[in-house]
Write a protein that binds this ligand. Structure first.
Ligand SMILES: *[C@@H]1O[C@H](CO)[C@@H](O)[C@H](O)[C@H]1NC(C)=O
Ligand SMILES: *[C@@H]1O[C@H](CO)[C@@H](O)[C@H](O)[C@H]1NC(C)=O
Ligand SMILES: *[C@@H]1O[C@H](CO)[C@@H](O)[C@H](O)[C@H]1NC(C)=O
Ligand SMILES: *[C@@H]1O[C@H](CO)[C@@H](O)[C@H](O)[C@H]1NC(C)=O
Ligand SMILES: *[C@@H]1O[C@H](CO)[C@@H](O)[C@H](O)[C@H]1NC(C)=O
Ligand SMILES: [Zn+2]
Length: 950
């Protein structure tokens, strides 16, 4: 959507309801033209629109010995030309072969086709006609084609997977994953989200594949062709929707494992037969959120379309966490099948937000859909926002509205402060660019922008804007202008921004949606007069980044010691320029800006105010909201990195952590400390000193959470324990390691271990243990039926420090014992598991690179090998990096991973240099802050903590 850049923002409101902003000139475009506009070369012309698809798929499994796991397809699409002189129909196809193409007019008369061919790079099927199509007249395009199922989920399209059932028999299933551009692997189609149509599926399968689940209800009862041993199924048409939302699953024995039939359509959880009884939690989540969204959007699910199912499938393999296919959401099984005795709290909590996220997509994503992936944030930002904020309304026990900060806000502040960051609305064209835009910006910044906006306009106006947006654009593709119009209409009606003088919502929206980055608010308090001067500039993490002139409209909220007001999230002022003055009582007191860190910006203060904040955090911690304590920690680490606050001042402020035991504060602190200590890895003595400093700050929280969860503790407390123990044990905290090992020994003797400490027990049991411990856990892994527990056990096996066992573990990732989507994760576990492991992993990579490429599926969309090979670099020291680089240059030049790995090696060297240059400063700052706390006592304590070099 290059055209957007050249549009004056001023004119956009008028444009919003006009033609879609794509400017593909069919007439001037001929196949011979080689220098086509590179920006849009992957896009289809919008001169022909599909209306209805009838898709016939004959699925064959191993019974078809000459071509196992393949399919024959026939697709009928009714189409119409919406421009004149269209003599070429261009659509997507990425199948094995196109066997025939015919075109009929509405009288069923054949329209002559001159020729058709495939342009493989773009997956274009181009059909040339002898005479142009009549405009706005229906034609029927018929394509007969053949295709193959992919092996495993990574390449998406139609793929097959397997699992072992309760009778120890290997079972096969075949399913689909089309988002964002893989429907073209299953049937020729207009595979861009804007080309909405209805889809009617007709599937045939061998009779021993017992069922088909899909988007919609069955239209015609299954019929058995006895002679061929095959069954025919026909399904109702979908609502008008994008091609990527079509799906089905054919299996030998998947079944409904939980359902609520009081709904129409019933809410159903579907899984392999041996997960029966383990879908109840997922059902509770799906039912609760469906009810909530039905009311919130004022457009109940059942009214969206009479044919849709409300199914949730737990797929043993899945390339993402979940995918919102309309009527039938698929999830990676580990997120949906929960076992209350072993599933750890982070998985349980994530499950709640994921089910809610996917259900929110039924409205935001499926009913309305981003016009093109440049606007993915409209789908993903809303689903992410509701996945936390709406879920909190229905399942308050998870406190997801607060967890939003570490999951989305802080994640976005971190990524969006790089020099290479992009705006929410960002041109993407190639498949790789499309995949890349499904990332932090679209999800996290999108969600954070929406929450910031909701606070500003109020929750009722926000809800109203959602309803307008859905109503005005139902079953259509939408873009930022449609969304703007919905906001503008609701805001105008409710007069929700009347209180803000000189504030222009249009500009606010334009800047946050179309500009990259975000600001830092610079606060200077005159403590004698009570005057507060605010300034802003774009925040870059890199101190050497070129400054930017960009001004961001900033919602202002603040509290002072005498007037704490942290619960108020509606901004008192909007800062629209580069400078602004506020007046408070002229008391000498702390001020804190950005209540509960709900605004998408960072804050820094003059030195005196910072030291007052630091003092308040130490002496009257509870007077500052815990999310603002977390904000201070998150901001201070970023400010130290960007050299806006020096380390000694930063560590003075962080001193309060010694008495802190709030989850949100500690999760920010752990990520800040981890960032620093990973840069000290090559200087182990310095790292050990730093670790002992960190551990001295953690004593209080470690003791507070302990190893004995109480029966009525909140999920957040369980998460605190999980993260604190994991980090403390990694740093070699003696009691943490000992207690974990003790419980691991008990586990071996068949004792049960509370799931809330299971991660540390597994990991430390293996890290500190030997062959027998490894064998024990491996045996447990093989026997386990719970995918999330299996992944925890892989994490633990990767923590062995015995090179032989580690090698055995790494080899496991080359077998089917580690599921395709878990392979890179498991590879990373080996690096995370123990600092000595990287060199063993390097030898494994050097010896097995060809197998790794095959087994980790090198050419799948997320580039799993690039990511594995890059992450290895960040764990190696200089001698390891030299060896790695030599090997790459000698043997891997020209491979798809070469450039990215070399650049990862360069980053690793930069990190090492950074650590070497800053170690003294950081350790001095740490020592200094420890000293000022309670003098020599603390130093003594640090000296006595036995730190293992981890
Ligand atoms: C708000 O800003 C937009 C874009 O800069 C401008 O077109 C519009 O006139 C402004 N509205 C008001 C009320 O000033
Ligand atoms: C299903 O039936 C086909 C023959 O129709 C056979 O080739 C195949 O092995 C069977 N599969 C299973 C798992 O029984
Ligand atoms: C279609 O082609 C005819 C004949 O070449 C031409 O006269 C007419 O202007 C074209 N129409 C458009 C919309 O390009
Ligand atoms: C179909 O046939 C009728 C009657 O011969 C004719 O009037 C009409 O134009 C034809 N439609 C098309 C699309 O050719
Ligand atoms: C790798 O980098 C070289 C030199 O910058 C470049 O010419 C080449 O195209 C890059 N290869 C890939 C696969 O990106
Ligand atoms: Zn999503």
């Amino acid at each position: 959507m290059r055209i957007l850049k050249t549009l004056l923002w001023l004119g956009f409101v008028a444009l919003a309801s006009a033609d879609p902003p794509i400017d593909w000139d069919v007439e001037s475009w001929t196949p011979e033209l080689t220098s086509r506009d590179a920006q849009q070369v992957y896009r289809l012309p919008d001169s022909v629109l599909p209306q209805n698809y009838n898709i016939f798929l004959d699925l064959y499994f191993d019974e078809r010995t000459e071509k196992p796991f393949s399919y024959e397809g026939r697709v009928y699409v009714s189409i119409k030309a919406v421009k004149e002189n269209v003599s070429e129909i261009v659509l997507h196809a990425n199948v094995d072969s196109i066997n025939s193409v015919t075109l009929n007019d509405a009288n069923n008369t054949i329209v002559p086709i001159e020729d058709y061919d495939i342009e493989q790079q773009y997956h274009f099927l181009k059909i040339k006609l002898t005479t142009p199509l009549n405009v706005n007249t229906l034609y029927e395009l018929f394509i007969d084609y053949s295709g193959s199922m992919n092996e495993g989920p990574m390449k998406r399209g139609i793929w097959k997977g397997s699992y072992t059932d309760e009778n120890n028999v290997e079972r096969i299933y075949a399913t689909t994953h089309f988002q964002p551009y893989n429907a073209r692997q299953a049937f020729p189609c207009w595979d861009e989200p804007l080309f909405k149509a209805t889809f009617k599926l007709h599937i045939t399968r061998p009779a021993n594949y017992t069922n088909v689940f899909t988007n919609t209800k069955t239209a015609v009862k299954s019929s058995l062709n006895v002679l061929e041993g095959r069954v025919d199924d026909h399904f109702e048409p979908t609502p008008v929707m994008s091609s990527y939302l079509v799906t089905f699953l054919v299996s030998e024995n998947f079944k409904v494992i939980a359902e609520d039939t009081t709904f129409d359509p019933p809410v159903r959880i579907i899984g392999r037969s041996n997960t029966a009884g383990l879908g109840d939690h997922a059902l509770k989540l799906a039912v609760g959120m469906t009810k909530y969204f039905n009311a919130y959007f004022d457009k109940p699910y059942a009214t969206l379309d009479p044919n849709l199912n409300n199914d949730h499938v737990a797929s043993p393999d899945w390339a993402s966490a979940g995918t919102e296919n309309w009527g039938m959401v698929s999830y990676k099984e580990l997120h949906l099948i929960l076992d209350p005795t072993v599933t750890i709290m982070s998985v349980e909590q994530y499950s709640a937000t994921l089910v809610s996220h996917e259900l929110a997509h039924k409205w935001f994503g499926n009913l309305i859909t981003c016009y093109w992936w440049s606007n993915t944030w409209i789908n993903e930002g809303y689903a992410s926002y509701f996945g936390y904020i709406a879920t909190h309304q229905v399942f308050p026990e998870y406190e997801l509205h607060e967890h939003f900060n570490s999951r989305y806000l802080q994640n976005s502040l971190s990524v969006d402060s790089g020099t290479g960051t992009v705006p929410l609305n960002y041109d993407v064209n190639t498949p790789a660019q499309v995949t890349g835009h499904f990332g932090t910006i679209s999800y996290s910044k999108g969600a954070a922008f929406l929450r910031m906006t909701a606070n500003m306009i109020g929750s009722e106006t926000f809800k109203k804007s959602c309803r307008y947006f859905l109503n005005d654009n139902a079953y259509k593709a939408t873009d930022q202008y449609d969304l703007y119009n919905a906001f503008a209409k609701a805001i105008d009606e409710d007069k929700s921004l009347q209180g803000y003088q000189h504030f222009n919502f249009t500009e606010y929206y334009d800047v946050w949606v179309n500009q990259p980055g975000y600001p830092i608010l610079i606060v200077n308090v005159n403590h004698a007069t009570g005057e507060i001067e605010l300034k802003q500039e774009r925040f870059f993490l890199s101190a050497s980044a070129t400054p930017s002139e960009q001004i961001y409209p900033i919602p202002i909220t603040y509290s002072t010691k005498s007037q704490p007001n942290f619960a108020e999230l509606k901004p008192s002022d909007m800062m629209t320029g580069d400078r602004m003055m506020l007046q408070k009582d002229n008391k000498e007191e702390w001020v804190i800006f950005n209540h509960q860190q709900n605004g998408h910006y960072r804050v820094t203060y003059d030195t005196k105010t910072w030291s007052m904040i630091g003092e308040a955090l130490r002496n009257e911690r509870d007077s500052i909201h815990h999310l603002n304590r977390a904000q201070v920690v998150d901001d201070v680490f970023a400010l130290m990195r960007s050299t806006k606050v020096d380390y000694s001042q930063g560590f003075q402020i962080l001193r309060f952590l010694r008495n802190e035991d709030n989850y949100h504060v500690w999760t920010s602190a752990i990520s800040g400390f981890s960032w620093i200590r990973s840069r000290l890895r090559h200087i182990p003595e310095n790292q050990a000193t730093f670790d002992s400093f960190v551990l001295s700050y953690m004593e209080h929280v470690i003791n507070k959470v302990g190893f004995e969860p109480s029966s009525d503790e909140t999920p957040t407390v369980s998460l605190l324990r999980q993260e604190v123990l994991q980090f403390a044990c990694n740093l070699g905290h003696e009691k943490c390691v000992q207690e974990s090992v003790r419980q691991f020994t008990a586990l071996k003797q068949a004792a049960s271990v509370d799931r809330r400490i299971l991660r540390s027990v597994y990991v430390n049991g293996i890290r500190e243990g030997g062959v027998q411990d490894f064998e024990f856990l491996y045996g447990r892994f093989v026997k386990s039926n719970i995918a999330n527990d299996k992944l925890e056990m892989l994490r633990a096996m990767g923590a062995t420090k015995d090179p032989e066992l580690l090698n055995r573990y790494l080899k496991l990732t080359l077998t089917t014992e580690v599921r395709p989507h878990d392979k890179v994760t498991s590879f990373n576990y080996a690096l995370l598991g123990h600092p000595h492991n990287a060199i063993t992993v390097l030898q494994f990579v050097k010896q097995n690179i060809d197998q790794i490429r095959i087994q980790y599926v090198a050419d799948s969309p997320a580039n799993p090998i690039n990511s594995a090979m890059s992450s290895l670099a960040s764990y190696l020291d200089e001698s390891g990096l030299t060896e790695y680089e030599e090997w790459l240059r000698e043997t891997q030049g020209g491979t798809a991973q070469f450039n990215s790995t070399i650049s990862a090696i360069n980053s690793a060297r930069a990190n090492i240099a950074w650590g070497t240059n800053n170690a003294e400063i950081i350790l001095a700052a740490a020592r200094d802050s420890a000293r000022t706390t309670t003098g020599s006592l603390v130093l003594l304590a640090i000296a006595f903590i036995v730190v293992k070099l981890m």
